[in-house]
Design a protein around this ligand. Structure first.
Ligand SMILES: [Fe+2]
Ligand SMILES: [Fe+2]
Length: 356
């Protein structure tokens, strides 16, 4: 699936007839946590806003409420009340690799690499002409990607649980479970490449979950997760994988990337379809949370990646090229899709009112 095709499919899903004027991409703050001013919006009661002391103001799950800094402003449609607040938020990291990460307590987690052969399944690249140093760099690169794909298996397992916990339609649940299977295949393909470049077995160890993998408590949390990890993460990952494929020349690497590009594009579509459902089901609180999350679209790229044509032929793309690719993905797809998706907040269904 090319980037143009992916864009067309997602725009069609969101009912965009033409590309919406672009907005500037914002990048995430750095550091472990940051404190800042935001608004928390809740649904108005009979066209009025409760006093801040009586309002239940719950920030999204990345953040903790520090203080409520004033009374609410009722929006023009008298549907929502927005309170100025100060929040302390966790910095949300992105791995810089493609795929949806498994997130615990606001942070993506992966297994460590392990010496094992059972995860490696896929075509083997041609090593002729590669120096020992190039093989070592490619082994590390494809190990990192394999670990990110392996994390995505857990990420989609968690996503499927979230969907079940919030009454999602069967099509979304089915697609989430299919995606988990596809991520398993992606991981195996990457570990097959890593094993060949390393000339030693490489696979994933165990993901440390500390006995807790919590399901999203509210539909807002589910939607924020999906916006961050899917609509931003998977969409930009699909762009990155397409860039890697465009430069790859080794037949085995191309085979791996063709499958990943095709399926990551579907995962990105699934994320946008999920957001569309969540906003229709949850109304203004979900819409507002999704809009805020999508406004942070970006992807952290490792600083130390450089690559020549030989390494690019085996899939390793330089940090500079990755950054351009991420910027293009934000500008041409995520930003206009976010604008279309969050432009209007549909009425919330009474059925899911209690779950938001
Ligand atoms: Fe994916
Ligand atoms: Fe993947």
């Amino acid at each position: 699936m090319s980037n143009v095709h992916l864009r067309a499919r997602i725009f069609t899903l969101l009912g965009i007839a033409a590309i919406v004027p672009l907005t500037s991409p914002a990048t995430a703050d750095s550091g472990d946590t940051f404190v800042g001013s935001r608004e928390i919006c809740i649904v108005a009661t009979d066209g009025a806003c409760p006093a801040s002391a009586d309002a239940e103001l719950v920030p999204d799950y990345w953040c903790a409420l520090v203080s409520v800094d004033g009374e609410a402003t009722l929006d023009a449609t008298a549907e929502s009340c927005c309170y100025p607040v100060t929040v302390e938020c966790k910095e949300v990291e992105n791995c810089g690799c493609y795929g949806r990460p498994f997130v615990l307590e606001g942070r993506p987690v992966q297994a460590p690499a392990a010496e094992r052969s059972d995860w490696a399944r896929g075509p083997v690249p041609a090593l002729a002409g590669l120096s020992a140093n190039q093989c070592a760099r490619l082994a590390q690169f494809w190990t990192d990607n394999g670990l990110a794909e392996h994390s995505s298996v857990a990420g989609f397992a968690r996503f499927a649980l979230d969907l079940c916990a919030h009454g999602a339609p069967p099509d979304l649940v089915h697609r989430a479970l299919v995606a988990a299977v596809e991520e398993t295949a992606h991981a195996r393909l990457c570990f097959a490449l890593a094993t060949a470049y390393a000339d030693a077995p490489v696979g994933p160890g165990a993901i440390e979950m500390n006995g807790a993998a919590p399901v999203a408590r509210t539909l807002v949390e589910l939607a924020v997760h999906t916006a961050r990890e899917g609509a931003i993460g998977e969409t930009l990952s699909a762009y990155i994988a397409a860039e890697m494929l465009a430069r790859a020349t080794d037949p085995a690497v191309r085979h791996v990337l063709e499958q990943i590009v095709r399926e990551e594009g579907r995962h990105a579509e699934l994320a946008w379809a999920t957001l569309k459902w969540a906003i229709a089901a949850g109304g203004e609180p979900v819409r507002a949370a999704v809009a805020a999350e999508l406004a942070t679209a970006g992807l952290t790229v490792p600083d130390d990646l450089d690559a020549d044509a030989v390494l690019e032929g085996h899939g390793l793309v330089s940090a500079a090229r990755l950054r351009r690719c991420v910027d293009e993905g934000v500008r041409t797809l995520v930003a206009p899709a976010a604008a279309a998706l969050t432009a209007v907040g549909p009425a919330r269904s009474a059925e899911v009112e209690a779950r938001v």
